[in-house]
Design a protein around this ligand. Structure first.
Ligand SMILES: [Fe+2]
Ligand SMILES: [Fe+2]
Length: 291
């Protein structure tokens, strides 16, 4: 393997990706770009505009759809409220919206219950977890998951992720998810704690946690778990951690929103650098100034 392998982690985009990002990533030393999704805010056409920008990237890029991708605003509300009939009815147009989204993304690979080798590095695979996750260990977008992957319960989701882990021959794994795993704290400012509904506590995904533990039981090395969804800024004040190292695993919440921001009169663009060496991984937060 070429060392170090350089991977860029791009958190929830929410309409914040422009020409500067395209140029900067195309001219970079990155071997792979991983995106945690949420290209849009509330409307699919916003996501299509971002997708067309991402399509201009000349680096291998892998994305997991977030809960703001290919869902309409009413559908998102029906998912949050878990209204059974309405969520099914509003999911009717999602396959068509997903096709348009994929088309707009061009060569960017859309993952979901899938395993991908890191370019030039057979020993490391990226396992892409459950798309459209919204936290709280609830199987959101069940109608779409059922249609697309035959998954209709959390147990089936966990089993499918474990199966992927089992089937990949790579010894070292990176998980890419939209929302992070359970087990990293229940406070509102925990890495995947709930700040808009604090009594919900740990808002991570249990299927992802199961898959991580399964990989470790199988003797694989989980290098990193990359996700977003719970944005860094915590409602009511404060910031959640973007990086935690626990039992040798780097947990990375890449969702600095907005990822383009002004500071001291300059504009910066956020992402995280994950460098893989023979000994493990090194992570650094990147704030790239606009020239
Ligand atoms: Fe999200
Ligand atoms: Fe988000």
């Amino acid at each position: 393997m070429k060392t170090p392998v350089q991977i860029a982690l791009i958190g929830d985009i929410h309409r914040q990706f422009n020409q500067h990002d395209v140029t900067q990533f195309n001219q970079s030393d990155y071997d792979l770009l991983l995106c945690t999704g949420d290209l849009a805010n509330y409307w699919p056409h916003e996501g299509l505009a971002v997708a067309r920008q991402l399509a201009r990237l000349q680096k291998p890029t892998l994305i997991i759809p977030g809960n703001h991708d290919t869902l309409t605003a009413p559908q998102l509300l029906a998912e949050i409220k878990q209204w059974p009939r309405l969520r099914r009815w509003l999911a009717w147009g999602q396959p068509r919206r997903l096709r348009q989204w994929q088309q707009a993304l061009g060569n960017v690979q859309v993952g979901g219950y899938s395993a991908h080798l890191v370019p030039g590095c057979d020993d490391v695979a990226v396992i892409v977890a459950r798309p459209f996750a919204m936290g709280g260990s609830v199987l959101h977008c069940q109608p779409q998951l059922q249609r697309q992957f035959g998954i209709s319960t959390m147990a089936e989701s966990a089993a499918r992720l474990c199966q992927l882990v089992d089937e990949t021959s790579s010894q070292r794994l990176i998980f890419l998810a939209h929302n992070g795993p359970t087990g990293l704290g229940a406070s509102r400012d925990a890495m995947w704690g709930n700040d808009f509904w604090p009594e919900a506590g740990d808002f991570g995904d249990s299927d992802l946690r199961e898959a991580i533990e399964f990989a470790q039981q199988k003797g694989k090395t989980v290098l990193a778990v990359v996700a977003g969804h719970m944005h860094h800024h915590v409602k009511g004040g404060g910031q959640r951690p973007w990086h935690l190292e626990q039992d040798g695993v780097h947990y990375l919440n890449a969702a600095r929103v907005p990822r383009i921001f002004g500071e001291n009169g300059r504009i910066f663009h956020h992402h995280i650098r994950l460098s893989l060496t023979d000994d493990g991984a090194i992570v650094t937060e990147q704030r790239c100034p606009e020239k």
